[in-house]
Structures are given as structure tokens and as C-alpha cells.
Design a protein around this ligand. Structure first.
Ligand code: P1T
Length: 379
């Protein structure tokens, strides 16, 4: 099955009870047993639920994995990956990543004795300098949030394999429409399914997808033991969202390109971060590992003035000023005061998250309306 067909049919069966084409929302916590232990495959909904199972099969299918797990949020999914580790273990992570992921790593897991090395991975050879016998995990976001850096997944995977270290890729910004990290050698793919997979800004959810059975079993154990699941209503909504992932992504990419090019030609704009530009430092890697360049675009203004950036995001009328990304509607965010406020200023500025940085999640509205909105807001 090819990708577009998989988004609609991948891992799906018609419901056995009445042939419902969409899986019913099994809004139940528990399941009748005839004698202890004798049930129809479901005993308790923390452990498994048929609507969630249908979604987990879809996750596995679209990422070319064998096993999918659906969580109550993206961070709950990341938390379960970190629970594979123990005190004394080390992690090499991208230094540009979602602020909440950084907060989870540094404020919770560092306290438990796990050591993190946050490094720029534009040149992935650097990763080896930080690997020692305690290293257990390489954590990669690509494109990164919010600087749109691109990290070479295939080369990172070969480094991880050489040192017998797990490679996890946060594929939230790209989605499997654009890149499939498991096929490039990653061990774990993670999503904030809140974003493009759900696609309609109406749920909060996380996903993990793996190929290896032993790894899947351990992650299912952690998920069940910790209770980090999503409910059946959200599972249904995410399944519905995934069915249009390919056509939404196609439009996100078209509009993202138009917005990036408009900003790059605007006299008040200093830098535009979008991997589709030939001048992007890792454009060639983006071209080789992604099918297109996505709908996320970040930019700074000339003079890097905090107040001016705030004015721009306040002036927007079609773009909504809000946290999050990946929905059909365009959103704008100011990372320094919103999504990345939990990263210390010195750390933020080292990677380019400066006062005037604005991040756009370009939606699937008419391109002309989006550009007109940016034009009037920037002034
Ligand atoms: O919000 P949640 O579903 O828990 O997912 C966390 C997360 C993980 N990884 C990436 C790349 C993310 O962007 C996020 C969430 N990000 C936002 C809310 C944001 O506006 O960037």
C-alpha cells in the first residue's frame, strides 16, 4: 500500500459487530469476562481499548513501523521513552528543541540522575564526541522547533547503531508524509499527535512507533504501568485526522513555501528559517530525507526588537496568536515568551531564539489571504 492509501486504510478493519466503516468510540473503562481471564481481548481500558488499538495500527502503518502506541500527550510519549533509562545513563540531544521537551529532560530526568548533552547536530559527526559507555539514547528533532534546523537521520542512525545506542526522532514537524525515520534507521519515532496528525487543533495526544518487538513490549509495559494513555474520543478524532494527512500536508507545504518567499523578500525582515531555501545550511539533507519542506516558517525582524515582534503578532487577523501548530488554521507564536520561555535566555540565544523571532504554522487557507495578513501586520 502506498502512503496516501495508508492514511485512509492502513491497519484498519471494519468493525466486527455491525461493519461500521469508522471504528466506534468504545467509551468504556472495562469489559465483561465470562470467567476470570476469559474476555474478547480487552480487559481494562488503561491496558487497551478497541478505538485506541485502531489508531495505534494506523500510527504503525503510516510510519512504516510494526507497533504504535497512543498517549495522552506528546510529552507523555517522550516521558515513556525516558523511562527506558536509569540513573547514570546519558542522552545526546539536539540543542534546539521544543521547550517542554527541554523542561522534561532538565527539570525532571536530570533530577533522577540522567545526564543530557544538548548539542548542535547540523554536523552530526559531532555526536560521537559525546558518546561514552553510559550513553543510551540520541534524541533528535528534525526540523527543529523553532529554528528549522535539519538533522541527517540516516547518518545519525548509523552512529547510533555503531555504538549500540537507541535513536529516537521527534517527527512532529515533518510527519510521515514528508519523512519516515524508521526507514532511515531510527529505532523510535515520536509525535505530538496534537499537531499535524490530529490536524484540527481539537485534541492533545502523543504517539510512539517502533519496529522492534522487544522495544515495543517494554514501551507498552511502561505505558500501562504509568497510565499515560489517551481516551477513546481523542483516538477517534486522531484517526479521522490522519485520513486527510496527505492532502493537508500538500497544501501546508505549498502555503509554507509562498509565505517563506514573501517574508524573504520583505524589507523589514532579517532572517527567514525554512529548509526549502537553497541557502539553508542543511538544504541538501532536507531534500534527500524529506519529500517537501513543510508548513513551519520562523523569522526575525531587522533590529531584533521585542516590542515590534509583539506588535506584529498582535496585528495578525487570519493567523491566530496561539501556542501549538499543525492544524488547518494558521497560527503565529512568539517562542521567547510562549513555547520556549522555559529555556534559559543564554541557552535560547545561543541557538538563535532571539527576541524578535516569530514562528508561523502556515495553515491551509488561501495563500493570498495569508500573505495579505502578514503584509498588513508587518506594515
Ligand atoms: O504538547 P504535546 O502534545 O505534549 O507535545 C509536546 C511536543 C513535542 N515535540 C514537539 C516538536 C512539539 O512541538 C511539542 C509541542 N509543541 C507545542 C505546543 C508548540 O507550540 O511548539
Amino acid at each position: 500500500m502506498k502512503f496516501n492509501t495508508k492514511t485512509i486504510h492502513g491497519g484498519q478493519k471494519h468493525d466486527p459487530a455491525y461493519g461500521a466503516v469508522m471504528p466506534p468510540i468504545y467509551q468504556t473503562s472495562t469489559y465483561a469476562q465470562t470467567t476470570p481471564g476469559d474476555h474478547k481481548g480487552y480487559a481494562y481500558s488503561r491496558t487497551s481499548n478497541p478505538t485506541r488499538s485502531a489508531l495505534e495500527h494506523a500510527f504503525a502503518s503510516i510510519e512504516n513501523g510494526n507497533y504504535g502506541l497512543a498517549f495522552g500527550s506528546g510529552l507523555a510519549a517522550i516521558d515513556s521513552v525516558l523511562k527506558l533509562l536509569k540513573s547514570g545513563d546519558e542522552v545526546v540531544s539536539t540543542n534546539d528543541l521544543y521547550g517542554g521537551t527541554y523542561r522534561l529532560f532538565t527539570k525532571i530526568y536530570e533530577e533522577f540522575g540522567i545526564k543530557f548533552h544538548f548539542i548542535g547536530m547540523e554536523n552530526v559527526e559531532r555526536i560521537e564526541d559525546y558518546i561514552n559507555e553510559n550513553t543510551k539514547l540520541i534524541w533528535v528533532e528534525t526540523p527543529t522547533n523553532p529554528m528549522m534546523n535539519i538533522i541527517d537521520i540516516k547518518t545519525t542512525a548509523s552512529i547510533a547503531k555503531k555504538h549500540d545506542v537507541l535513536l529516537a526522532v521527534d517527527n512532529t514537524f515533518a510527519t510521515p508524509y514528508l519523512q519516515q525515520p524508521l526507514d532511515l534507521g531510527a529505532n523510535i519515532v515520536m509525535h505530538s499527535a496534537t499537531k499535524y496528525l490530529g490536524g484540527h487543533s481539537d485534541l492533545v495526544m502523543g504517539a510512539l512507533i517502533v519496529k522492534d518487538k522487544a522495544l515495543a513490549d517494554r514501551l507498552y509495559f511502561i505505558q500501562n504501568a504509568s497510565g499515560a494513555i489517551c481516551g477513546p474520543q481523542d483516538a477517534f478524532l486522531a484517526l479521522r485526522g490522519i485520513k486527510t494527512l496527505h492532502i493537508r500536508m500538500q497544501r501546508h507545504c505549498e502555503n509554507g513555501k509562498a509565505v517563506a518567499e514573501f517574508l524573504a523578500n520583505h524589507p523589514k525582515i532579517e532572517n527567514v528559517y525554512w529548509p526549502g531555501f537553497e541557502s539553508h545550511p542543511n538544504h541538501n539533507i532536507a531534500k534527500s530525507q524529506m519529500k517537501d519542506f513543510g508548513g513551519m516558517v520562523s523569522f526575525t525582524t531587522k533590529g531584533n526588537d521585542y516590542e515590534e515582534a509583539i506588535k506584529i503578532v498582535e496585528n495578525l487577523k487570519i493567523f491566530t496568536l496561539a501556542e501549538s501548530l499543525g492544524g488547518v488554521e494558521s497560527l503565529a507564536g512568539h517562542p521567547v515568551s510562549m513555547t520556549h520561555a522555559s529555556i534559559p535566555k543564554e541557552e535560547r540565544e545561543k541557538i538563535g531564539v532571539v527576541d524578535s523571532l516569530i514562528r508561523l504554522s502556515v495553515g491551509i487557507e488561501d495563500e493570498d489571504d495569508l500573505i495579505a495578513d502578514l503584509r498588513q501586520a508587518i506594515g
